[in-house]
Design a protein around this ligand. Structure first.
Ligand code: FE2
Length: 365
């Protein structure tokens, strides 16, 4: 599992290490490209900020010049979901954080999706039509694993509680947050997902979504409890629907995988986050970024005492996750790069977590 690779912020040698592990499948959980330049630079991106089809094509083409990324594409099949940076930071459906006029944003999203389709090994059914491109899909691996690939950007309702000067993500607390008609996936994708979700009978039923799925209780700058409006805490109705399905349908095992956070997370998925003693209905793994940086260690560490379902967090290293799936166990090795500034550097294993078949929650291996 990989996520969040900024071309400028480091070399993609995580993929060299990944290829050495002989993977059968590589899944990218979003932010395969970054549309804009920010952070430390080991090399320069083709556009400071992509907006036109030419810009997005140049960025995709440039990413594909990285020899380690090329090697990983040559080595194994890939699956993809996307997050925001394939288009622009914090976009939601046809809304961007700067209130770009609708027709202008429609053209930008169409350009970004077209360039993505041209450069990525995705199914023919994903061929875009204007600003629309289908990415959600189910994948079945016999009775071992079912994977639902979801699209949490293209169809979502706009982030809750926005202000006139900020149309993106914030820590918020307003009545709109609790509007149960708001959706992370959009109603049509929910109608596609839910009838078969967690009902395949496979040993491992996996939700592939871009970010941290668990609740992350936090406070705003003034110490007032709030929710991060771009993440799942900003779309509680969709999360409740999925958690309730997990509690009712009783799959053999429910696993959520995600990226976006530029950090490792391992968590219990709880039936009721207000009650730490409630049933654990699944197990979550968030993989750190391939190169994109994080500067949030102290801020997240301060949140952990309020979030007892979160068993592990660290944002200080880049890397990927190596997952071994068998009928008995789901094992995740968190692979940390010793350096992303030296393309010959490789990974060490920071932590290994095991989920045993039929037992929600991970244990240290
Ligand atoms: Fe990212």
């Amino acid at each position: 599992m990989a996520s969040c690779q900024h071309y400028e912020q480091g070399f993609f040698n995580a993929y060299a290490d990944m290829v050495e592990q002989d993977p059968d499948l590589i899944i990218h959980l979003g932010d395969y490209i970054y549309e804009a330049s920010w952070g430390p630079q080991v090399r320069r991106q083709a556009s400071v900020e992509a907006e036109s089809l030419t810009d997005y094509r140049r960025i995709h083409a440039q990413y594909k010049t990285d020899p380690h990324l090329q090697a990983a594409h040559a080595y194994a099949p890939w699956l993809f979901i996307w997050d925001d940076h394939e288009v622009v930071n914090d976009y939601a459906n046809l809304n961007d954080e700067n209130y770009m006029p609708l027709e202008q944003f429609r053209a930008r999203r169409a350009a970004a999706y077209k360039a993505f389709y041209e450069h990525m090994p995705v199914r023919l059914r994903s061929k875009p039509h204007g600003e629309n491109m289908r990415m959600h899909d189910y994948f079945y691996y016999g009775d071992l694993m079912t994977m639902a690939l979801t699209d949490a950007r293209q169809y979502r309702d706009d982030q809750a509680c926005q202000t006139p000067d900020d149309g993106g993500a914030q820590v918020v607390n307003c009545p709109e947050l609790r509007d149960m008609t708001r959706s992370m996936f959009g109603k049509a994708q929910e109608r596609w997902l839910m009838p078969s979700f967690l009902r395949s009978g496979a040993t491992w039923e996996v939700l592939a979504q871009p970010t941290l799925f668990s609740r992350l209780f936090q406070k705003d700058r003034n110490g007032v409890p709030g929710s991060w409006s771009d993440g799942w805490d900003g779309y509680p109705a969709t999360r409740d629907m999925i958690i309730n399905a997990a509690a009712r349908r009783r799959p053999k095992n429910f696993i959520s995988i995600g990226g976006d956070m530029h950090s490792w997370w391992q968590a219990d998925l709880k039936e009721d986050y207000n009650n730490p003693d409630s049933q654990t209905v699944g197990t979550e793994f968030v993989t750190t970024s391939v190169t994109a940086h994080s500067y949030a260690y102290n801020r997240f560490m301060r949140m952990l005492p309020d979030n007892p379902h979160i068993k592990f967090f660290d944002d200080r290293k880049r890397g990927y996750s190596l997952v071994d799936v068998t009928p008995q166990t789901w094992t995740v090795q968190m692979k940390e790069m010793t350096s992303i500034y030296d393309p010959t550097a490789r990974a060490t294993t920071r932590k290994t977590f095991v989920v045993e078949n039929g037992k929600a929650g991970a244990v240290d291996a």
